[in-house]
Design a protein. Structure first.
Length: 213
């Protein structure tokens, strides 16, 4: 009689932090921990042993770690694709407010867990000119993010910006390890996700402009 070795059950995924229940979280057997996978427009705070994962093309992944408390978070965003935006004009200020809100959600989430800005190290990934239709927005997102961090006096760690390749991002807040892997340009899923996010941003922009939001 043959004996089959039973496979151990996957560990149960603990509840997400309040307000972040919509994030896709799962047990990653290779990492040996829970992973949270972010889509464009999402952010997550990992106050426990969790890995943060996302894929960026023209969009940005901003990964922040509290060196003292060994917690961290990630936000995946890009600016609305408004053409002919120049520094200092009214359109620029309104567009950049979307980026400020995205990065602000990350910093405020960490602050709620006791993080202080002087303890944060921020890593930047993305902003690649993968597709011509997104190239201008990618460059604008990179300029905005680097300027935002400088204005806020935040320490910058690793930088993986620009180029022409999409990237998969793995971030372990407890250790601060960041792993970035280039992906094929012809990966259609990445572009579909960014197109969907851009469409949502444009709808929000129009809603704010017309006062119907």
């Amino acid at each position: 009689m043959s004996v089959h070795k039973l496979q151990p059950d996957k560990p149960e995924v603990p509840p997400a932090p309040p307000g972040l229940e919509h994030i896709n979280r799962y047990w990653d057997p290779r990492a040996g921990m829970v992973a949270a996978k972010l889509l464009p427009g999402e952010f997550y705070i990992a106050a426990k042993e969790e890995m943060l994962v996302t894929v960026v093309g023209s969009s940005m992944a901003v990964c922040a770690r509290d060196e003292r408390n060994r917690i961290g978070g990630m936000v995946h965003f890009m600016l609305p694709p408004i053409e002919e935006v120049t520094d200092g004009n009214e359109v620029a200020r309104e567009v950049l407010s979307y980026g400020s809100a995205a990065l602000g959600s990350l910093l405020e989430g960490l602050a709620r867990h006791g993080s202080k800005r002087e303890d944060l190290v921020v890593n930047l990934v993305g902003g690649a000119s993968v597709w011509p239709s997104h190239a201008q927005t990618a460059r604008a997102s990179v300029r905005f993010t680097t300027q935002f961090l400088e204005n806020e006096g935040l320490q910058v760690g690793e930088i993986h910006l620009g180029d022409t390749m999409p990237r998969k991002v793995y971030f372990w807040p407890p250790s601060g390890v960041l792993f970035v892997r280039n992906l094929p340009v012809f990966n259609g899923t990445i572009k579909r996700r960014e197109d969907s996010y851009i469409e949502a941003l444009q709808e929000q922009w129009l809603s704010d402009e017309t006062g119907t939001g």
